[in-house]
Design a protein around this ligand. Sequence first.
Ligand SMILES: Nc1nc2c(c(=O)[nH]1)N[C@H]1C(S)=C(S)[C@@H](COP(=O)(O)O)O[C@H]1N2
Ligand SMILES: [Mo]
Length: 349
Amino acid sequence: MENKPFLITKKLQPENQESPIHFLSPWLTPAKYFYRRNHFSYPPLTPRHLWLQISGNVSQPRSFHLYDILSMQAKSLILPLECAGNKRAHFNPKVYGEQWKDGAISQGKWTGVPLAHLLGQTGICNQTKEVLFEGVDFGRKPNKEDMIPYKRSLPLETALHPDTIIAYMYNDKPIDYKRGYPFRLIVPNWYGMASVKWLTKIELINDSFNGPFQTDDYVYYPHKHNDHDSFPVTTQQVNSIIQQPLPFSLLNTGVHEIKGIAWSGKGIITGVEISLDNGDTWQRTVLERLNEPYAWTKWSFLWHVEKKGEYSIYARAKDSQGRIQPIHAFWNRKGYGYNAVLKVNVKIE
Ligand SMILES: Nc1nc2c(c(=O)[nH]1)N[C@H]1C(S)=C(S)[C@@H](COP(=O)(O)O)O[C@H]1N2
Ligand SMILES: [Mo]
């Protein structure tokens, strides 16, 4: 029988689980291996949730039924969703929050309709600044009395991007319950918090939303003891992982394939280099890409090694915006956007 990987539990309530990313090679992560990140318990759904309400600064408020949306011209995008806290466990000094290692990222095919198309039917009033998205799930934030829904906004410009979609399928099947059925917002290039699950309400507003998932969480706070110089978490950093070999592997002399994936929230990956001498010299790897603007890039390198001993393998990705993974992480109090070069130690014996 073939052995199968498992999700890695980080928390049971709410359910937070990491993808076994080191053992997945398909371009599309099967739904059962997709990481799970929830702020609240899974919401009870009723037939009412098959309606998507658009209100606020619109000339014609409307509710779209799932059937209305299914009848519209669909679009599919292959892209990774990555939690802003992915790799948080690597920060030094340590930061509070879910101690994600490298698996709070998964990639798949999302199908839906551009939000811009729906907004074309409701009209958009002048002065609209942001679009607010609300999920069905709700609960309390630590030390807070009131029950709040999961709710975040996007700048109007991002909301109107033709690739910002209201998705209803994942990998050609209806989005499953835990992943946001029936509607899920998908925002390419942005960290996962923007892609609101169980979407039921969309509201156009003419000011800046300042709910807790916008102005408290998902903000980079560069200082430990004050909020100076803070700025919001938006698009993904340039980043990569080494999938194989695994850290602290014992290997024989000979040829080994070093491989992994790389991604960026700005432009495309233009190169991934590895170093086998603690960063003194870097060698190019072979890239493999899909004809998809947002999908991750696979990279691989054939390593011929005859000398026994301990080695550190480093990988760093570059994107078409000229960004490159740094050696030192940008430390921030809530631990978002970790993208420093990581090393994988192996021993050849
Ligand atoms: N309604 C709702 N949407 C949500 C969240 C949530 O808790 N509730 N979590 C967000 C965060 S932080 C991430 S990283 C992704 C996780 O999506 P997944 O559980 O499908 O992996 O969903 C985002 N959308
Ligand atoms: Mo997240």
